[in-house]
Ligand binder design. Structure first.
Ligand SMILES: [Zn+2]
Length: 193
């Protein structure tokens, strides 16, 4: 199976306590897990693509959310713990789906991707919309449940459930996925089935 890893919005404005739309201390617990996923994918020579929110100063998304992740600002920067390297790609986006208005579709197609792993924030917004667009392009979707987070715990649970039920996403912890084990029932996927 040809896999690609997406790392969504692990940016200062979402992940730093001083950020404009900080997801909360709980969300920071995914950082080492996302890092482990990146390390594994890079070591296996698989595509790792950061999706970075990068808005124009007057972006109309700011009618919905407080001003955040303005292109080239500190807020739009990837957090220091997960700095991209020469082996990874960074693709800007300005909408919830990582496929909108950029080259992500072409990049995945060129790599002849079959399965998209999605990590980052927020589970119920950019992660879910990107999962939906991945499925719409016939990619299998994998969500490492401990590598995604949301400022709203209820929305997080709802989004996981919906990605499982509607997109047929595989949900398991990163450890289970990286170990190649099938997700056990009921522990980590408890509540999502
Ligand atoms: Zn945004």
């Amino acid at each position: 199976m040809r896999k690609a890893l997406l790392v969504i919005d692990m940016l200062n404005d979402f992940m730093d306590p001083a950020g404009a739309l900080y997801c909360g201390d709980e969300a920071r617990r995914i950082i080492p897990v996302v890092k482990a996923l990146i390390t594994r994918f890079v070591s296996e020579n698989r595509p790792v693509i950061y999706l970075r929110d990068a808005h124009a100063e007057d972006d109309r998304e700011f009618e919905l959310f407080a001003r955040h992740a303005v292109k080239d600002s500190w807020g739009s920067g990837i957090i220091p713990e997960l700095q991209p390297t020469a082996e990874t790609l960074v693709v800007d986006k300005a909408r919830f789906s990582g496929f909108y208005g950029n080259r992500l579709a072409e990049i995945l197609e060129a790599a002849r991707t079959e399965e998209v792993w999605i990590s980052g924030v927020c589970t119920s917004i950019c992660v879910m919309d990107t999962a939906g667009d991945s499925r719409n392009r016939d990619y299998a979707v994998v969500i490492p449940v401990d590598a995604v987070a949301d400022f709203d715990p209820q929305a997080h649970e709802m989004a996981l459930k919906r990605m499982l039920r509607v997109y047929g996403a595989k949900l398991a912890t990163a450890r289970e996925l990286l170990g190649g084990e099938e997700p056990p029932t009921p522990s980590s996927t408890k509540g999502y089935t």
